[in-house]
Design a protein around this ligand. Structure first.
Ligand SMILES: [Fe+2]
Length: 372
């Protein structure tokens, strides 16, 4: 199964994984053969990419970090929390909403603690218009995985998760034309955008069901170790660890998502960018804890090895996130290999490594034509 951007999807391709809308309703099930009309409809709904089953690695599963029902219910509750703020509805609605959010956070924490070996392959595929809420849940999940690796208690995880989930709530106070502007922001617009950190802090501080610590995450998630962040240009220890964790996973998830103004950055590129930030923008320990559970080469990625062989990524183990288990698909001279031989690249005697990732569709089509 592979992730394919919608512009590359062609009639006749088979859906590899159910395609859901932002409410969690299934639009097309796995196994459905796509028609021109289906593809057009997906495009018009703003679905940026889907999983397809094109015969290569069709038995490889891309596991979910949290089940869809938890993901969609938390997304729905965050969405209504945001809209209640916008219409300034009565306090009771917010209290009920916040209790639901708290329950959702506990569900996510329990789910993650039950599966300590989980590795994030890809954050989910979101429709562009639902970016905010999908992103909030992803940041929450990625922050929690980092917190679990750092050995945080359940109570600490809860404060981290609440702040991570609502880190951008202050954006409800920033004009839409600035939030959705495709081009570069003017200096004035950028200053208005930067205010979302303080706005978020104030909104959360006023809410009795949110701790000061969680509110602080909203205020400090754009601060950076070197003092080049905002709003207060804090440095090093002045930035709370939870805000640093949220800041770094926020960048990773934003990079790997499709946005209105640019397509997603490949996971391994985002992985390397985050690794380069260690010690500069974020504490190295926190970066390492985060990368421990994030696959640089998600399952289903096609790669070229140092031997010239072409392989598919089958699985990634925690702590070895740049050295997955791969299945050799083609020899160095392009002959198909059908014995499904799998190699863990972190195995002691293994001299193989990934030299490049195959992202070019035409290269891929050449490979596939050799199969038929
Ligand atoms: Fe932000």
């Amino acid at each position: 199964m592979r992730k394919l951007f919608i512009d590359f999807v062609l009639p006749g391709m088979k859906v590899g994984r159910p395609i859901c809308n932002s409410k969690g309703h299934v639009l097309l099930n796995a196994g459905v053969i796509l028609t021109r009309r289906y593809i057009q409809r997906l495009k018009s709904m703003g679905i940026p990419a889907i999983y397809i089953d094109d015969g290569l690695l069709s038995d490889v599963e891309v596991p979910d970090v949290i089940p869809d029902d938890i993901r969609f219910s938390v997304m729905t509750n965050v969405r209504s929390f945001y809209s209640n703020l916008e219409i300034k509805s009565d306090e009771s609605k917010n209290i009920i909403g916040m209790k639901k959010i708290g329950k959702g956070i506990n569900d996510i924490i329990n789910q993650l603690l039950e599966s300590p070996d989980i590795v994030v392959n890809l954050t989910d595929i979101r429709s562009v218009d639902e970016y905010t809420f999908g992103h909030s849940v992803n940041v929450c999940v990625l922050a929690l995985l980092t917190g679990i690796k750092l050995g945080y208690s359940k109570a600490k995880l809860y404060h981290l998760a609440m702040g991570a989930l609502l880190h951008d709530v202050g954006k409800t106070q920033v004009p839409d034309y600035i939030l959705n502007k495709p081009g570069k922001l003017t200096e004035e617009e950028f200053m208005a955008m930067q205010q979302h950190s303080d706005f978020g802090y104030e909104i959360l501080l006023k809410n009795d069901n949110v701790s000061r610590l969680s509110a602080l995450i909203a205020q400090q998630h754009h601060e950076r170790l070197n003092g080049h962040g905002y709003p207060k240009c804090l440095k090093n220890d002045e930035i709370h660890e939870f805000a640093q964790v949220t800041g770094l996973v926020d960048i990773y998830d934003a990079l790997t998502a499709d946005r209105v103004y640019r397509a997603a950055i490949a996971p391994y590129v985002a992985y390397e960018m985050i690794r380069d930030y260690a010690g500069l923008l974020f504490d190295s320990n926190l970066v390492n804890a985060f990368l421990y559970n994030v696959a640089a080469f998600p399952s289903g990625t096609l790669v070229k090895l140092n031997t010239g062989e072409i392989a598919g990524v089958v699985e990634t183990a925690p702590g070895y996130t740049t050295q997955p288990t791969v299945r050799i698909l083609f020899s160095h001279d392009g002959r198909p290999i059908n014995d499904k031989k799998e190699i863990w690249l972190a195995r002691k005697d293994c001299t193989l490594f990934i030299s490049s990732v195959i992202t070019d569709e035409s290269e891929l089509n050449t490979i596939k034509s050799k199969l038929s």
